[in-house]
Design a protein around this ligand. Structure first.
Ligand SMILES: Nc1nc2c(ncn2[C@@H]2O[C@H](COP(=O)(O)OP(=O)(O)OP(=O)(O)O)[C@@H](O)[C@H]2O)c(=O)[nH]1
Ligand SMILES: [Mg+2]
Length: 305
């Protein structure tokens, strides 16, 4: 199928940067002196767009580790490409699923090893004599608190299916002399372009209502088609790839009884259905960004690994 070119980047950015994110950045800065290791949790479906470029400066003096969470929803082959790409640049990476638990058990050992390979001056050349203090950072809704709860084997941190659930820093002690600091999700004021904003929104890192569900639905159709990965369109009774978002929304409307009186399609509800099915993994596993695209948003963290 010939994929149409739609210029989403000509649309204006909404610049969603709630005030609590500035405050959260300040609070993280205040606590940084006691932090041994900074873990940046990214969404494995958008490994480039879900990396906050402001963290390069904020954490420039810290030992860092990247976690690709929600790997259960991402294309495993592309996750492997990203892991290799980061590791060639000396940055340790672990793909995990905080929901299924896959990959989570090994994290503490990997974090300890990452810190000991590049410790703070006071810890050089001797066994660690204090708890390993790990700051868990990332953009909103990538699963930071869910990951912490899994590691703590109990529900200690608040979680939710929308961005902005964690509002303050919270220390959570683990067995084995490790302390985790849960932090609020932080975006940055100037996203690279509209497509990055839409991808963040599709993956739940920006509130749906900020961008608008109908636009999100249209962009998701576009990104799914562009991904080149088979999509479970049969969920909506389709035996082929829909050639336009209108065709897709019509199929969803027919399948789910979302035709308004007068035979109009309820675009808002159809888009919400599409986005929900995508987030639940019902359409398949997708990674929308590849390391070989070398786009501005895909760069690795700078500073010491
Ligand atoms: N499929 C899947 N869903 C996940 C995973 N981890 C977290 N989630 C879901 O993602 C949503 C956000 O999880 P949270 O742990 O609240 O995310 P957060 O990063 O702490 O979010 P903020 O505190 O708002 O910044 C919840 O609905 C979780 O159930 C995962 O590995 N796979
Ligand atoms: Mg949280």
């Amino acid at each position: 199928m010939q994929i149409p070119k739609i210029d989403f980047n000509s649309l204006p950015l909404t610049r969603w940067f709630p005030g609590h994110m500035n405050k959260a950045t300040r609070k993280i800065n205040e606590v940084l002196k006691v932090i041994d290791l900074v873990v940046e949790v990214c969404d494995a479906r958008i490994p480039g767009s879900s990396r906050n470029p402001a963290f390069d400066h904020l954490f420039e003096r810290k030992t860092r580790f990247v976690v690709f969470n929600k790997a259960d929803l991402a294309d495993p082959a592309v996750t492997g490409l990203w892991k290799a790409w980061y590791e060639r640049r000396g940055i340790r990476v672990a793909p995990v699923s905080a929901i299924t638990g896959k990959g989570v058990a090994a994290l503490i050992g990997e974090w300890r090893a990452a810190y000991l390979a590049n410790p703070r001056p006071a810890d050089v050349g001797k066994p660690l004599q204090h708890p390993l203090r790990v700051l868990i950072s990332g953009v909103p809704n990538v699963g930071k608190s869910t990951l912490i709860n899994h590691l703590a084997a109990r529900h200690r941190a608040a979680v939710g299916p929308f961005p902005g659930v964690t509002r303050i820093n919270q220390w959570i002690p683990l067995k084995g002399d490790v302390e985790l600091l849960d932090t609020p999700g932080i975006l940055w004021p100037t996203l690279a372009n509209k497509e990055q904003e839409l991808r963040l929104a599709v993956c739940g890192c920006i509130r749906d209502a900020v961008v608008g569900n109908e636009l999100l639905g249209e962009f998701l159709w576009y990104d799914l088609v562009r991904s080149g990965v088979p999509v479970a369109w049969d969920l909506y009774g389709l035996d082929h790839c829909p050639e336009s978002s209108e065709e897709l929304m019509l199929a969803i409307a027919k399948r789910r009884g979302m035709v308004l009186p007068g035979k109009d399609v309820d675009l808002e509800r159809c888009s919400t259905t599409l986005i929900g099915d995508f987030r639940d993994g019902k359409l398949g596993r997708f990674t929308f960004e590849r390391p070989d695209e070398r786009r501005k948003v895909d760069r690795p963290p700078e500073g010491p690994p």
